[in-house]
Design a protein around this ligand. Sequence first.
Ligand code: SER
Length: 317
Amino acid sequence: MKRILVTGSYGQIGTELVVALREKYGGENVIATGRKKPPEVLRRDGPYYRLDVLDTDQLHTMLVDYDIDIIIHNASVLSAVGEKNPQLAYRTNVEGSYNVLEATRILGLDQVMIPSSIAAFGPSTPKEDTPNDVIMRPTTAYGVSKVFIELWGEYYNLRYGVDFRSLRYPGIISAETLPGGGTTDYAVEIFYEALKNKRYTCFLAKDARLPMMYMPDCLKSTIDLIEADPEKLVHRSFNITAMSFTPEELAKEIKKHIPEFEVEYRPDFRQQIAESWPRSIDDSAAREEWGWQPDYDLSAMTEDMLKRLSKKLGVEY
Ligand code: SER
């Protein structure tokens, strides 16, 4: 059985990814790491440690001592926080990922997975059905760091045979852990506010269309790519998507379940970030090379989110 170490385990994706990996690979084989105190759900079924990826000694020691085969490097500063503190984004995203790729190369690990994002694209990228291989000139610190990760990972693959894999996640919607400082966070916050207050003030414009995905699809895509046959991979960094919607379309879908729900639009600096990203994504390379297919569209996601979140918050609707 492969042994996997996950960084950023206590974040929005990390928390649920560790749980899903432990179900599949066994609790003891999936090491959760991060810098915060782990949530209860990660303390039950397997090991967890404090790890700062900028500390290369600690990183190498942990990879050796726990006999790790695969590292999934989820620790990252997201787009909105990155614009407030670009230097922090550089250190965490660029230096952190460099350390992880170097550790993979030096220690000869089987595989390294580092997420990329739709943020790796920029204003000069075609915005509709954005292809996998296309011009990428992002204008955010986060986006620039993701292009570095993709290119350095692909370079290590060519140069040293490092088995690097990456997914360009769209906005991820989930009920378990809140996202931490991104531009697509509105698509999670809106559900909490709809259930708790029946009102939401959106920080993006009502027509800001962005590619999105529900957490079960995010977990499926991640695990499918880790397990994909390397012989079949032509690419190493993949577009993936499940749906695209605007804040207004999402609000309309929620209103089908909560008719009193009202949304006000007050775009802030994140609107400009959203405008620099694709509105929809062509993920045919992922479909062809490793069989990617999403399960949730806008209406299925909305229904399930409301069900899960209302249970968690103890609110009827
Ligand atoms: N969800 C991320 C963000 O908004 C995009 O990868 O920053």
